[in-house]
Design a protein. Structure first.
Length: 188
């Protein structure tokens, strides 16, 4: 499964893996499942999507300024990809990032996506500190390649328990837009 969105995007949104009953069935990340319902509603509210839902490949969804990708390209058993599965799929994410020359912000949806993005940047030759910063919702980490902006994943586990709320997710994308406007800086 490949990513999709605006090829001139300044914001790359990275998730975990295709959901077995959503993206795996529809062929597009975050499409046809509840995580996608949350994500696309937030993208619509913050000006990155033309509609608040994504149900199929031909549903008319268009992204502006954003591109969506995933770390693992096939639906893992019990929605728990292994590190080995991630590592085998990372070259696809490396290639997608290379094809997106305007990305300034990478939104990592969940710790697994954050770890994957960190490895992708390292694999791309970007000098990163040996000690990886701690993942936390709303944490922004400036790297020489892009700002990594962390968010809890819009999974049912996180949304039903209110670990992630609509305003929290909206704030991530509002922050992403603002961060994409700032000049690049280097980790000190």
């Amino acid at each position: 499964m490949t990513g999709f969105g605006d090829p001139q995007a300044s914001v790359l949104i990275t998730g975990l893996a295709p959901g077995a009953h959503g993206a795996n069935r529809t062929g597009r990340a975050f499409t046809g499942d509840r995580s996608g319902d949350w994500l696309f509603a937030a993208l619509k509210r913050t000006g990155y999507a033309n509609q608040a839902e994504s149900v199929s490949l031909g549903d008319g969804l268009m992204l502006s300024g954003a591109y969506i990708s995933i770390a693992v390209r096939c639906a893992p058993p019990a929605n728990r990809p292994t590190r080995d599965e991630r590592d085998r799929c990372l070259p696809f994410l490396v290639r997608e990032l290379a094809l997106l020359p305007n990305v300034k912000v990478i939104v990592a949806l969940g710790k697994f996506a954050f770890d994957s993005v960190w490895q992708v940047l390292r694999d791309s030759g970007i000098a990163l500190p040996n000690k990886r910063p701690v993942f936390g919702h709303g944490v922004a980490i400036q790297t020489p390649g892009a700002v990594i902006l962390c968010s809890y994943h819009p999974s049912q586990q996180n949304t039903f328990t209110k670990k992630l709320t609509e305003p929290m997710l909206d704030n991530v994308f509002v922050s992403a837009r603002e961060l994409a406007k700032t000049p690049d800086s280097v980790i000190e």
